[in-house]
Design a protein around this ligand. Structure first.
Ligand SMILES: [Zn+2]
Ligand SMILES: [Zn+2]
Length: 352
């Protein structure tokens, strides 16, 4: 089968031929219906090197995946061949106290995980291929009626990651509150929709690209600002001087972190989701009083079920641009250039 593989750090991925995976005991092979091209993969290709992460190439890219159960290993129950499923991406040990609650992102027994701190497309083979091996059936969530794999795939990361970040701040997202979304890309455009679906808060979107602000508006942003020197002041002015109750930074560079801190309301949340590599100096007077600054990573298994349910009910939807697997390299080039509206999804050629 064809697969898009990262062969070594700091190289471009290559489309290669690989044998089809076969499920061992407890494992499942999924026929891929869609695999999202995530911006974090661009960091994987361009910046990371031996020692950055607990694992190394080669592996097949694609960590947001959905498809159909294709083959079931010995001892697997509760799944049927042909059943549409989403793949939960961060693979923990499955048994530690975090994993028991589905919080596999923060597994505390990583030596028992399929790969420490990774998953399919992150150290192990992912979904930019015709088939993908999933090491345990608990990592597959049946798709609710009416949700197609190609539409579900981006929800497993581009939907789940902002959902997890927003859920954490829900008590602050009252109808009189303001939420700011910085960076309206694959994750940010989902964040706007999730805020719209789950809260009555006012939504301000910030980006450097006009097209991204249009996308935010079409998904329910109340106000949009082109990112610049005075953006924090503009946000403050738009909130009667108070500032934003919750700032979600999907970029995470120095400038956006500084903007987020300057725009936050006292007692607000500043959540860093984007892995732009920036830093934010924190001292007694440098951020508004009692602002909580947090990072979040991906989301939990129960939260993925909630995201899929929101999508099946038509409350959120990933806007996608589809690429056949044979043109997956182009998909990543478009992601890197910031040219994709919403999410690029790679689909095996025979299923386009
Ligand atoms: Zn990702
Ligand atoms: Zn665990």
């Amino acid at each position: 089968m064809k697969a898009l593989r990262l062969q070594a750090w700091k190289t471009r991925p290559e489309l290669v031929d690989l044998p089809e995976p076969e499920p061992g005991p407890g494992q499942v092979v999924v026929a891929i219906g869609g695999a999202g091209a995530c911006h974090s993969d661009v960091h994987l290709m361009d910046e990371f090197e031996e020692g950055t992460l607990p694992w190394n190439p080669p592996f097949t890219l694609g960590h947001e995946n959905a498809g159909w159960v294709h083959a079931i290993g010995e001892g697997v129950t509760g799944l049927e061949v042909g059943q549409p499923v989403a793949v939960y991406g961060p693979w923990g040990c499955g048994t530690c106290s975090r994993c028991q609650l589905g919080i596999e992102i923060y597994c505390e027994n990583l030596q028992e995980a399929p790969i420490p701190g990774g998953g399919g497309g992150l150290g192990l083979d992912g979904g930019m291929a015709e088939y993908m091996l999933v090491p345990h059936s608990r990592l597959l969530l049946p798709l609710p009626e009416g949700l197609e794999p190609r539409k579900a795939a981006p929800l497993t990361d581009a939907g789940l990651t902002p959902y997890h970040a927003i859920r954490r701040s829900l008590p602050k997202l009252t109808p009189e509150a303001t939420a700011v979304v910085i960076g309206v890309g694959g994750l940010g455009h989902m964040a706007v929709q999730i805020l719209r679906a789950m809260t009555g808060s006012r939504i301000i979107a910030v980006d450097t690209r006009e097209a991204a602000l249009k996308l935010a508006e079409s998904h329910g942003a109340d106000l949009t600002f082109l990112s610049g020197e005075s953006t924090a002041e503009e946000i403050r002015a738009a909130t009667g001087g108070r500032g934003a109750d919750v700032v979600l930074d999907f970029v995470g560079v120095d400038a956006t972190l500084a903007m987020g801190a300057a725009a936050a309301r006292q007692m607000g949340d500043l959540t860093i989701v984007g892995i732009g590599g920036g830093t934010l100096p924190v001292s007694f007077f440098s951020v508004p009083y009692e602002v909580s600054i947090q990072t979040t990573y991906w989301g939990t298994r129960p939260e993925l079920a909630e995201v899929l349910a929101l999508a099946a009910r038509g409350l959120i939807a990933s806007q996608t641009t589809e690429y056949p697997l044979s043109r997956a390299i182009e998909a990543y080039e478009a992601v890197k250039a910031g040219e994709v509206e919403g999410r690029a999804v790679v689909i095996p050629d025979a299923r386009m």
